[in-house]
Design a protein around this ligand. Structure first.
Ligand SMILES: *Cc1c(COP(=O)(O)O)cnc(C)c1O
Length: 391
C-alpha cells in the first residue's frame, strides 16, 4: 500500500492554497456559472498569448469540436491531423462529419511532418490540425504556407503547449499562423481547471460563432435577431451545445495562469536534468531535447525495445514496482478499432508513427517533482539496463 501511494505518476497537477482561496471566493459569490470570472479568465489568456479573442469551454475536446464547427465546412470534406495525438483531435473532425486523414510524423519531434502533409492533402481537404506534441511547437510557418496554397483552415491543438513559443519567438496561442488554437486544462496538462478548455482566435466572426455554439446556439444580439420584442427574448439560429465552463473552474484557471511561467521553468529544469543523466546512454533517446521555447508537457524517450531485448510491458512493470509510473503517448489514432472499421487506414502509410509507437515511453514530469525524484527515475531505469548489459 505504501509503495502504491508513493508511485510517481507521469504527470500531476500543482494546486496550492491560493488556488483554493480563489475557488472558494467564487463559491460564496452570486455566480457559479456564466458570471464575471469567465471573462476575466478569457482576458487573461488573451493577455498571456497575444490573441485577440478567447472562448473558455467545458474541456479541450469541446474546444476542438467547436473550433471545427465554427469553420462551417460541408459534411464529407476531409481534414488532416497527426496520428500521434490524443483521440479527441481526430474525433473533432468526425463529430462534424469531416473525414479524418493522418499525416506521418517527423521522427525528431513526433510532430506532423510538413513533407508528408503536402502528400496527404487532397482536393477536398479543408482543415489542417497540427498538434504541438509534448509541448514542442509544430512547424507552423511551413504549415501555414501549405494551408495558404491549398486553401485550408488551420486549427492548432495546443493542449500540450500553453506556455510554449514558436521558432519565431511568438507565444503559442497567438494565432499568428492559424485560424484558431485550442488549449486543454485537464489536470495532467500544464495548468488545470479540473476539466476545461479554451479556443483562441483573432477573427471576430469565429469568436461570435464560438460564443453562440458554446451556449445552445443562442443569440441576444439585436443585430442578429429577426425582432427584439423585449429583454426576455432570444433566438436560436443554429444548433449549439452546453459547453460552458463554470466560474469556479475559471477562478482556478486564473489562479493557475499566474503560476504558468514558474511551472514551465521547473519543467525545463527537470527535462534538462533527465537529458544530462541520459547523455551517453546508447539505449535511450530523449524525444524532449533541450529547447528553451518548449513548455514540456511530457518527457518522452525512445527505447529500441527489440534491439535491447526487453519488452515495454516488462520495463513498465519493473519501473512501477519501483514506484515509477510511465505511460505511452500515444497509440496512433488510425490503429483504433473505430478508425480502422470506419475509415480503413493502413499502418503501412505511417512508417515513422509506427516506429515511434514501438519505442516511446513517457517518464514522470510535473513541476512538484524534486531533483531527488528525477534522479530516482533515471537511476531506476539505468539500473535495469545496467543489470542487463554490464558484465
Ligand atoms: C488532453 C488533450 C485533448 C483533450 O482535452 P480534454 O480537456 O481532456 O478534453 C486534446 N488533444 C490533446 C493533444 C490532448 O492532450
Amino acid at each position: 500500500m505504501k509503495k502504491f501511494c508513493s508511485i510517481l505518476p507521469y504527470g500531476r497537477q500543482s494546486i496550492d492554497a491560493s488556488d483554493v482561496v480563489a475557488v472558494v471566493r467564487v463559491l460564496k459569490s452570486p455566480f457559479l456559472t456564466q458570471g464575471p470570472v469567465i471573462e476575466a479568465f478569457e482576458q487573461a489568456l488573451c493577455a498571456y498569448t497575444g490573441a485577440k479573442y478567447c472562448v473558455a469551454v467545458a474541456n479541450g475536446t469541446a474546444a476542438l469540436h467547436l473550433a471545427v464547427a465554427a469553420l462551417g465546412l460541408n459534411k464529407g470534406c476531409s481534414g488532416v491531423t497527426s496520428p500521434i495525438t490524443f483521440l479527441a483531435t481526430a474525433n473533432a473532425l468526425v463529430y462534424n462529419g469531416i473525414n479524418p486523414l493522418f499525416v506521418d510524423i517527423d521522427p525528431q519531434t513526433a510532430n506532423m511532418s510538413v513533407d508528408a502533409l503536402t502528400q496527404v492533402i487532397r482536393k477536398d481537404t479543408k482543415v489542417i490540425i497540427p498538434v504541438h506534441f509534448a509541448g514542442r511547437a509544430a512547424a507552423m510557418k511551413e504549415i501555414a504556407a501549405v494551408a495558404a496554397r491549398k486553401k485550408c483552415f488551420v486549427i492548432e491543438d495546443a493542449a500540450h503547449a500553453i506556455g510554449s513559443h514558436y521558432s519565431d519567438g511568438g507565444c503559442v496561442g497567438n494565432c499568428m499562423y492559424s485560424d484558431m488554437t485550442i488549449f486543454s486544462f485537464h489536470p495532467v496538462k500544464t495548468i488545470t481547471t479540473g476539466e476545461g478548455g479554451a479556443i483562441m482566435t483573432n477573427d471576430k466572426r469565429f469568436y461570435d460563432c464560438l460564443c453562440r455554439l458554446r451556449s445552445h446556439g443562442i443569440t441576444r444580439d439585436p443585430l442578429l435577431m429577426k425582432k427584439s420584442p423585449g429583454s426576455w427574448y432570444y433566438e436560436m439560429r443554429e444548433l449549439g451545445y452546453n459547453y460552458r465552463l463554470t466560474d469556479m473552474q475559471a477562478a482556478l484557471g486564473l489562479s493557475q495562469l499566474k503560476k504558468l511561467d514558474r511551472f514551465v521553468a521547473r519543467r525545463r529544469q527537470i527535462v534538462a536534468r533527465y537529458n544530462k543523466t541520459f547523455n551517453g546512454c546508447s539505449w535511450i533517446r530523449p524525444v524532449s531535447s533541450d529547447d528553451e521555447r518548449c513548455a514540456y508537457h511530457l518527457y518522452v524517450v525512445r527505447i529500441d525495445f527489440k534491439k535491447f531485448r526487453i519488452s515495454r510491458r516488462d520495463l513498465m512493470q519493473k519501473l512501477a514496482s519501483s514506484g515509477v509510473g510511465t505511460q505511452v503517448h500515444y497509440i496512433p489514432v488510425y490503429r483504433q478499432p473505430f478508425y480502422q472499421q470506419k475509415f480503413k487506414f493502413s499502418s503501412k502509410n505511417f512508417p515513422q508513427a509506427e516506429k515511434y509507437y514501438e519505442e516511446c515511453l513517457s517518464l514522470p514530469l510535473f513541476p512538484a517533482m524534486t531533483d531527488k525524484e528525477v534522479d530516482r527515475v533515471s537511476g531506476t531505469i539505468k539500473n535495469i539496463f545496467r543489470k542487463k548489459y554490464d558484465s
